[in-house]
Design a protein around this ligand. Sequence first.
Ligand SMILES: Cc1cc2nc3c(=O)[nH]c(=O)nc-3n(C[C@H](O)[C@H](O)[C@H](O)COP(=O)(O)OP(=O)(O)OC[C@H]3O[C@@H](n4cnc5c(N)ncnc54)[C@H](O)[C@@H]3O)c2cc1C
Length: 539
Amino acid sequence: MTQTQPVADGSGPLVAGADGVPAGSGAAAAGTAAAGTAAGTGAGAGRGAGAEPGVLAGLVPGLRAVCGAENVITDPLELRTYECDGLTAHRCSPGLAVLPGTAEQVAAVVRACAAAGVPFVARGSGTGLSGGALPRTDGVLIVLSRMRRVITVDPDSRRAVVEPGVTNLAVSKAAEPYGLFYAPDPSSQVVCSVGGNVAENSGGAHCLKHGFTVHHVTGLEIVTPAGELTWIGDGTGASPGYDLLGAFIGSEGTLGIVTKIVVKLLRSPEAVTTLLAAFKTMGAGGSAVSAIIGAGILPGAIEMMDALAIEAAEAAVACRYPEGAAAVLIVELDGPAADVERETAAVRELCEQAGAYEIRAAQDAAERTAIWTGRKSAFAAVGRISPAYIVQDGVVPRTALPEVLEAIAELSAQTPGVRVANVFHAGDGNLHPLVLFDDAKPDATEAAEEVSGQILDLCLSHGGSITGEHGVGVDKSRHMPKMFGADDLDTMQLVRCAFDPAGLCNPGKVFPTPRLCGEVPRIQREPHPLVASGQLEQF
Ligand SMILES: Cc1cc2nc3c(=O)[nH]c(=O)nc-3n(C[C@H](O)[C@H](O)[C@H](O)COP(=O)(O)OP(=O)(O)OC[C@H]3O[C@@H](n4cnc5c(N)ncnc54)[C@H](O)[C@@H]3O)c2cc1C
C-alpha cells in the first residue's frame, strides 16, 4: 500500500513511494505516466472500438480473482443500476461492472482490459450531468465507490489525502476538527465523489472566490490507461515541468483513473454572512451583481434564482423565500470579521440601490442552511413542477448576463410547451437554465433539446462557453466544433493519445468525432509555415 506523508513547508515531496510508486517531483512522476502509457497496449489493441464477443466473459475469472467474486457484476438486472449518470436521457448497461477496493486492484483491472483490448469507463457516484460515466455494452465499468477512505488530514501542511470514492462533503467534515475545510462545493456535494470532481474539474457556489477543483488539488495517484500506477503532481503544487496535473483535472475520465487525491484545505473563515435579497425583476438582480463586483468586493458566492426556480424550490423544500420575488440573490461573504462586517454593509446598500425590496441576513448556522437549502435543491426541485427537464450549463461574461437572460426568456416564450427556469452562479456568469417540458407530449423532447442547444449558441455568441462545470461528456461533444477549431481539437487529441494511445479509456466522450490515435491529426498533415519556410526544424 502506498504511504502518504504530507509535508508542512512545501519543500519536499509530499508523497513517498514506499512500495515503489514513484515519489518526488511532478515532472519525474509525470514522465513515468506518459512513458508507461506509451509503452502500454499494442497499437491495434481495441482502439476504443470495443471488444469481440466473448472477450468480456473471458475477463470475468481474472477480475473475480483480483477484486473478489462479489465485486464483479455480471447479472443484467444488477448492471442496469449503472446504465446512466445524472443525464438520464442517455442509457446503456455496461458489459461488466467491477468494484475494486484498492488502487492496486484498479490497476490490475485496467491491465486486464488493456491486454484484451476492452474499453473501460470510470464511475464515481454517477451524479455527472453530461453522460461522462455512461458505460459501454462492450466494456467494463470501473466503479470507485468502495474506495472511500480519508487517508490523512494534515493540519500542518493543510493537505488531505483521500481515495476517489470519498464524497466531497466528507472531506470538509474530516477537516472540520482542525478548523479547516475543502473549498470546492458542488451542490451535489453530499453524494458526488472527489474522483468525479477531479475528472469534471467541478465547481460550486463558492468557486467565485476560491476557484475550482483544479485550484485545490496538488497531487494525484492515477492508473494510466496501460494499467500502471503512478503519481502526477508532487503534492506541493510547485513542481516544475509540464502541468500534467492541470491537463488531467477536467479530462472527464479520458486520461486515466484517479486512485488517490491530495487536496488543499483552507482555514475556516473567522466570520461568514449570508444575505438573501429579493428583486422585482431579473434585471435589477443582475445590476446588483455587477455593482457588487464593480465595487471591488469578492463574495464567497453570489447565486441567483428566478421566479420559476423559486416556485420549484418552494414546492420541494418550502424554503420561504420572500413572496413575489422575480429574482433572489444569495450573497455570502467570508473572511476576517472586520472585513466581512464592512463588506456586508456595502452589499446591503448596493442591493438596495439596485432595487432590492427585502434583504434578510442569516442570524445563525440554521438560518444559513435554510437559505442555501432552496438554492442547493433547485435542480431536483424542478421535478415538482415539470415531468421532465434538461439541466443546461453554459457560461457568459458577467456583463452579458442581463442580455442573455432576456434572450433565454424570449426563446422560452416562443416555444410552446417549454419553460426555462434559471438558477445560476451569477458571480461567475455560469448559467444553469433548467429547460422544463412534458416528455409525454409529442415533439416536446425535441423542442426542449432545441431550446437547450440554442441557449448554448447564445452563450457562444456572447463570448462564453458551452460548459462551466458539468463537462462535455456525450451530451455536448457535438457542440465542441462550435467553440473550437479543427486545430484546437486535433491538439487536444494529441494530448489524449499521449496518455491513451489505444483509445480504451472512456472512449466516445468529449470529442465530436472519434479519432484513432494511429491517425495523423490534421495539424500534422500540413507543415507549420515556419517549418515550411525552413526557419524551424521538426523532429
Ligand atoms: C443535483 C446536482 C447538482 C450538481 N451541482 C453541481 C455543481 O454545483 N457544480 C458542479 O461542478 N457539478 C455539479 N453537479 C454535477 C456532478 O455532481 C459533478 O460533475 C460531480 O463532480 C460528478 O461526480 P461523480 O462522483 O458523481 O462522478 P460520475 O458522474 O460518476 O463521473 C463523472 C465523470 O468522472 C469520471 N470519473 C469518475 N470517477 C473517476 C475517477 N476516479 N478517475 C477518473 N475519472 C473518474 C467518469 O468517467 C465521468 O466522466 C451536480 C449534479 C447534480 C445531480
